[in-house]
Design a protein around this ligand. Sequence first.
Ligand SMILES: [Zn+2]
Length: 354
Amino acid sequence: MGKLIKFDHVNEHGDFEKILSHFGIDYQKSGTQLRCLCQLHDDTNPSLSIALEAIGDTKRNTWYCFGCKNSGSIIDFAAHVEGCDLRSAAELVAEVSGCSLAPARSGKSKSKSKKTAKGSEKAQAGKKGQNRGNPRSADKNAGKAPSRQPDDASDAETGNPPLRFALTLDQEHPYAIDRLGAQTVAAFGVGVCDPASRSMMAGRCCVPIHNLAGELIGYAGRYLGDDPNQPKWLMPPGFEKRRVLFNAHRVWGSLHVVLVEGFFDAIHLHTLGIPAVACIGTAVSEEQVSLLGELGVRRVTVLFDEDDEGQAAAERVVPALARAVFVRLGSLPVGCDPDEAERETLMEQARAVW
Ligand SMILES: [Zn+2]
């Protein structure tokens, strides 16, 4: 059992300058901003911007790369550079910065913005297994209840409680590998459920779904056979997809996201470095609009399938989104869907003028 780590606390109290120095990364400081070479892409001109203090919608100790468009917290940064999981990264940040791993327990020292703080802390905590491409981390937790803070009742309202098990999935399966590539399969925990298993997902290619906190809340299973009576995608009974934005837990800190229809669309964009979430279908619910708000997203490019149905749906979701965020309707060349579009085509949409 590890020590109690409050990710939000560490993100808030970490010292970004000390972290950069620790890794030997040169930086320029201007006011409360730092600029350095991005460590995630081959950067020659410092593209990484770090906010030392909150400015507008940007939280303290967050970073954004103008080149590869990745973003995150100080813990994410340390995890990327060190190549470790988020828990180890949080410990590193705390040690280098000389801060504690959690606030001192004094009964009455609740953070000023409890809701936001809790959300992103859980997001960080949850990201550690699923987000770093370690297919084993899911298995390791199989059968164990996810560790929860006793006072954490927020998920009771969501209708999609965290799963208390994880499926063992075949990540070497040709369907998964051909469709996504081995690295992506591992990073997203995708795999094929043993056809001989008694799971309702038996024989299906499963995509793990997480809540904003990064907790596993279900699987969507893609049918791989040729029986036309089988649903193409299967979700667990009672699963409320209107309360989920697929991939949302991986886009914390992104002011702009691309909204797509399906799992593979979002995965494809994400692997190209474009923050993307999927509404799982062609409608956007009020709950999903709220989730975008919780994530701090301000601008959304809607990029649905290129066919007439997709375009009609995209036009329908714009007004729903426009109540909460700036929305732009993206477009793709004829015959080109988001899950297979070329990087340049998608980057153009992601970068489009705002
Ligand atoms: Zn970058």
